[in-house]
Design a protein around this ligand. Structure first.
Ligand code: ZN
Length: 444
């Protein structure tokens, strides 16, 4: 891989001379704002991306139509009624039904885990608002974020509560750090037609732990939940594509991208504005340096990752006959890049790819982004795994991501321009080498 060292050095030097990624992020997040599927802002963002990619001079800039689910939050509130009156900070969960005009007022039962719920008698749950007070562990270098083990409460809490006769489910926000900030996210109703759909919302860590302390002291808190949330069917949306077409094997493709949609709070700066602009700027860096690889590099900005992955599924169906050598998704925030995560269907090829990728990542030692791990790549790019594509996730410093994830506070001020630039550098360097190396990644 040492033959690529001059190109990677050029990429680093050129990218660090400006704040182009950060400028793009401001246009996307400050000028347009949050971008939930089905909203006019999401389509504005998509049109902005097309225009920006055209301005950067890329080939085959286009939108591909995708139908996405449309869920609308409406007005909502959660009030502690007894033992005293107080507003509990909340955000309804994406996909939840509303409460009806009168809201739902009921006594609360708090559990810290599914196991604790399972041990309760039916009478303790029936007619109650069930609060899942499961704490997300603090980030650690060895264990990571602990998101996977706690997000199941957000996804399944409504079903678990409904199965036992609960009338609504409140879920402690999936975060290890809180300033009374509620964190929204997707939920799903499953368990078959016999399980009643009940409204569900995230409440702040402060709210959930207060309710727990009341219960521990023998006080039964009473809460009134009001949500206008509504499923409004489907709406038209689009994936965005742009390319540097390869000079030797244009039909072989390396994808880089992020998801253009966000939740309807904050401005989706880290999630996933940062991933989109890093991929866009990565292509722009290569274009400016006139680094044209053998294969085609394609930016894809997927729509509807947050509450449906309709964009990634549509991309897969539309492009499954093309040769996707590798794909890199950035969807862990725009923090200092640490390297790449690799996930491949064929484990033999994966072990060959590991050696090749480590050689590639060694070129990124000057920006400390040389760590290769195997495991989860990304929700959108992961859809390409069954085709044999080497799926890669941009891995970044993960200490802060979940502090503001899916909150009102996921805004541009949380993103460091230099760190974001290095994300674009890592994607540009990796995409260029993967698209230019004589053999395909994973081939001996
Ligand atoms: Zn995301």
């Amino acid at each position: 891989m040492s033959e690529y060292q001059p190109a990677v050095e050029k990429i680093i030097k050129s990218a660090r001379q400006n704040n182009n990624s950060y400028m793009k992020l401001q246009e996307l997040c400050d000028d347009i704002g949050c971008r939930l599927s089905g909203s006019p802002e999401l389509e504005q963002a998509i049109d902005w991306a097309v225009e920006s990619l055209q301005k950067d001079g890329h080939e085959n800039v286009r939108k591909e139509p995708v139908n996405v689910p449309k869920w609308v939050r409406g007005k909502e509130s959660c009030e502690l009624v007894s033992p005293r009156s107080m507003a509990i900070q909340m955000l309804g969960l994406g996909g939840s039904i509303g409460t009806g005009a009168g809201g739902i007022e009921a006594d609360v039962i708090v559990v810290d885990s599914k196991e604790e719920l399972d041990e309760l008698a039916d009478e303790a749950i029936q007619g109650k608002i069930v609060v899942f007070n499961c704490a997300m562990p603090r980030f650690s270098e060895t264990e990571g974020s602990g998101y996977g083990s706690t997000v199941i409460y957000r996804s399944n809490g409504a079903r678990w509560a409904a199965e036992r006769g609960g009338v609504a489910a409140l879920v402690r926000s999936i975060t290890a750090y809180s300033l009374d900030s509620p964190h929204t996210g997707a939920m799903r109703y499953s368990g078959g037609p016999d399980v009643k759909k009940i409204p569900t919302a995230a409440i702040s860590v402060e709210g959930a732990t207060l309710l727990r302390r009341f219960q521990n002291r023998g006080i039964t808190p009473r809460v009134k939940l009001y949500m206008e949330a509504e499923d409004q069917g489907e709406a038209p949306s689009h994936n965005v594509l742009a390319e540097i077409v390869g000079y030797e094997k244009p039909e072989e493709i390396v994808v880089i991208g992020g998801h253009i949609d966000s939740w309807d709070v904050g401005t989706g700066a880290h999630d996933d504005g940062a991933g989109c602009v890093a991929a866009m700027e990565a292509l722009a860096i290569l274009r400016r340096l006139n680094l044209k690889p053998r294969r085609t590099i394609r930016v894809v900005l997927w729509t509807n990752e947050e509450n449906g992955i309709a964009g990634a599924l549509n991309y897969f169906n539309r492009h499954q006959d093309e040769i996707h050598v590798a794909g890199i998704e950035s969807d862990s925030g725009g923090f200092s890049p640490e390297g790449l995560n690799l996930d491949m269907e064929d484990k033999q090829k994966e072990s060959v790819a590991e050696v090749q990728l480590q050689g590639l990542l060694d070129l990124l030692k000057p920006i400390n982004a040389s760590r290769l791990r195997t495991g989860f790549s990304g929700v959108d790019i992961g859809q390409l795994k069954p085709m044999g594509t080497a799926c890669l996730g941009l891995s970044v410093d993960g200490r802060l991501y979940f502090n503001t994830h899916h909150t009102h506070a996921d805004t541009v001020d949380k993103v460091d321009p230099k760190q974001l630039t290095d994300c674009a550098v890592t994607m540009a360097a990796a995409a260029f080498v993967l698209a230019d190396m004589p053999k395909k990644l994973g081939e001996k």
